[in-house]
Design a protein around this ligand. Structure first.
Ligand code: PLP
Length: 358
């Protein structure tokens, strides 16, 4: 069985070396030394000023909406994982979907202004597959209309735009360190900002809203543990190597599949890309299903990331038309993509895809 992703595991020895310290200290969670060490190393690696290591990549979205005081309408992308829309709804805000731009699959910044109403208070957009949103245009729009900007950077670990960390844009960025992501801590994630006051607010909100006996705000529990931090400390030094290996796998896929009627996303120029996913676009859903089913019959799992287009979720009150996103969502498939894939496995997958076309 070849899965769409395979979490990297360090050697047991590497991991247990950290466990020895945890047992000695008997300090399992609440800002332990491993959590602090991981946060410091992540700040350096990602080139950001403030970062907190949280339980996953979804709670940071909820906390971001809460601490920025966002209410009413939030302009968002229909092409993302459901957590992006889910966080908006969970915080009792209304998602307003703006269609995507067909090259990067990110929200189409040129269509944002038309969706702004007096109720709009923020933009929550995803750097989907690690491709950046038009951060410059979004910043201009946000300034002009006094909107907050949150980026769901769950896919964007380590991405840089013209040398600048993608996480330096927006009021708050989030990342996911889930087992299926490029860099993982089993479960985990981060919330990132570039302002001390906001970082302090986030700290309060992720820890029940109190400091000792001072109850300052509402809060939730978003803290992560020493055990998760230990996994992160094992994996972090290896991420640059993972990206190199994944780049090579992407090149093999592109070469082997180049004669088929398949579109590959173009990696924007000036981007330090992280090769977090390998999406391909078929001519039609029919072809996609044919390929997907043929691969599945041969024990190769692919994923329809991201389908359905989130503006079509059944539990939404209001319908928005997002023709580009809806059209991409039915034609896009993510192929197995992880650094441990062998050359034989990649060639086997490519042969199955090719055979399905015949
Ligand atoms: C994975 C993912 C999330 C959620 O992250 P978790 O760590 O699983 O909570 C949010 N947004 C996007 C775009 C994702 O891919």
């Amino acid at each position: 069985m070849i899965n769409v992703t395979k979490p990297y595991l360090p050697s047991k020895e590497e991991y247990t070396a950290y466990l020895d310290g945890i047992w000695e200290r008997n300090w399992l969670t609440n800002y332990g030394p491993l959590v602090n060490e991981l946060e410091e190393k992540l700040k350096k690696r990602l080139d950001v000023e403030y970062l907190q290591f949280l339980v996953n990549g979804t709670v940071p979205l909820q906390i971001a909406i809460k601490v920025l005081g966002i209410t009413g309408e939030v302009i968002t992308t229909p092409f993302s994982y459901v957590a992006t829309t889910g966080a908006i709804l969970w915080e009792n805000c209304t998602p307003v979907f703006v269609d995507i731009e067909p090259k990067t699959f990110c929200i189409d910044a040129d269509k944002i202004e038309a969706a702004i109403t007096p109720q709009t208070s923020a933009i929550l957009a995803t750097h989907v597959y690690g491709f950046p949103c038009d951060v410059v245009k979004i910043e201009q729009i946000a300034k002009k209309h006094n909107l907050k900007v949150i980026y769901d950077g769950a896919h964007a670990f380590g991405v840089k735009i013209n040398g600048k960390s993608i996480f330096q844009y927006g009021d708050i960025s989030t990342c996911s360190f889930h087992a299926t992501k490029l860099f993982h801590t089993v479960e985990g994630g981060a919330i990132i900002c570039n302002n001390k006051e906001l970082n302090d607010q986030i700290f309060l909100h992720k820890a029940f809203g109190h400091l000792g006996d001072d109850y300052k705000s509402i809060g939730i529990n978003g803290k992560n543990s020493e055990f998760h931090a230990a996994m992160g400390l094992c994996n972090l030094p290896k991420v640059s190597g993972f990206i190199e290996q994944r780049k090579a796998i992407a090149e093999t896929y592109r070469t082997e599949l180049k004669n088929l009627e398949i579109e590959f996303p173009v990696i924007p120029s000036g981007l330090d890309y992280n090769y977090s996913y390998f999406p391909i676009l078929f001519k039609s859903e029919e072809v996609l299903l044919k390929v997907k089913n043929h691969l599945a019959a041969n024990e190769v799992n692919t994923r329809r990331y991201f389908y359905p287009s989130l503006n079509t979720l059944p539990y939404l009150e209001k319908r928005y038309a997002c023709p580009v996103s809806e059209e991409v969502a039915v034609r896009v498939l993510c192929l197995p993509f992880y650094q441990q894939l062998t050359k034989e496995e990649i060639l086997f997958i490519c042969k199955l895809v090719t055979d399905a076309f015949k």
